[in-house]
Design a protein around this ligand. Structure first.
Ligand code: RB5
Length: 150
């Protein structure tokens, strides 16, 4: 799989760990994040990964900031992005199975590298189940368009 990954200054070390981990697993990893700890702005990195995923250049995205929150909130402002901030693998798998999430986000200050590996493993292997979940994902798209749901 081709994976876009990015991070702000809070996520440099965890990003480097995941680039090595995912590459060793045979994935092609495109690093769009900060590579030093100078203060930077997480919305920029969210936008880069969102663009890579929405354009089809990459299959899925991984975002890292201090908490995983600012960067996921930013990504979810972009039409077509469903970014799940996860701190454990069950949510990461369900974000794929039920929400068809196309980006996973995590917090370098809240989880360790082994948990991050479990999260990306779960996210990248689980499959969207469609059916009633597709109806709800379609409703999310309607919200993006300002369309009423009821
Ligand atoms: C940066 O200090 C920090 O605010 C950022 O990495 C993230 O945690 C924001 O949600």
């Amino acid at each position: 799989m081709k994976i876009a990954i990015a991070n702000d200054h809070g996520g440099v070390e965890l990003k480097q760990h995941l680039v090595e981990y995912l590459t060793a697993q045979g994935h092609e990893v495109v690093n769009l994040g900060a590579d030093d700890t100078a203060s930077s702005h997480y919305p920029i990195y969210a936008a880069r990964v969102a663009k890579a995923v929405l354009s089809g250049a990459c299959d899925k995205g991984v975002l890292i900031c201090g908490t995983g929150l600012g960067i996921s909130i930013s990504a979810n402002k972009i039409r077509g992005i469903r970014c799940a901030a996860c701190s454990e693998p069950v949510s990461a798998a369900l974000a794929r199975r039920h929400n068809d999430a196309n980006i996973v986000a995590m917090g370098a200050r809240t989880i360790g590298p082994v948990m991050a590996e479990a999260i990306v493993d779960a996210f990248l292997t689980a499959q969207f189940e469609g059916g009633r979940h597709q109806l709800r994902v379609d409703m999310i798209a309607k919200l993006e368009n300002g369309e009423p749901l009821e």
